[in-house]
Design a protein around this ligand. Structure first.
Ligand SMILES: [Zn+2]
Length: 114
């Protein structure tokens, strides 16, 4: 019965590990997409809702009248994605280290947390 509960506990743990690493991967992927969106050269123009002049679709502030677009959410989401992704990655690494510790492996990740 001990073996059974170990297998069950490990299965839950591995699923949690997988979810943590997967979510972390998604956050970093979203961050990279945001960074690319933020820094790619402006290729399209749109009409400013406030003053009607042509401005870049990637502009957060109209250079003519100061109308705000998107309230610079790209930077916030890059930062948020990075912070959440880092926490998830560290959480995943910590869980992984607990697993490996249980199996008697002595690896560098453990030393980071001790
Ligand atoms: Zn404008």
């Amino acid at each position: 019965m001990d073996n059974l509960s170990d297998v069950f506990g490990n299965a839950i743990g591995f699923i949690m590990l997988f979810v943590l690493f997967f979510l972390s991967y998604m956050c970093f992927k979203a961050m990279i997409i945001n960074i690319i969106d933020k820094f790619k050269p402006a290729s399209k123009l749109m009409r400013c809702e406030s003053c009607g002049r042509q401005i870049s679709t990637s502009a957060y502030v109209c250079p003519h009248c100061g109308q705000h677009y998107g309230s610079s959410s790209a930077f916030n989401s890059i930062l948020v994605c990075f912070v959440i992704g880092s926490f998830l990655l560290l959480g995943g690494l910590y869980c992984l280290s607990l697993f490996l510790e249980e199996y008697g492996y002595d690896i560098f990740i453990l030393k980071m947390f001790n």
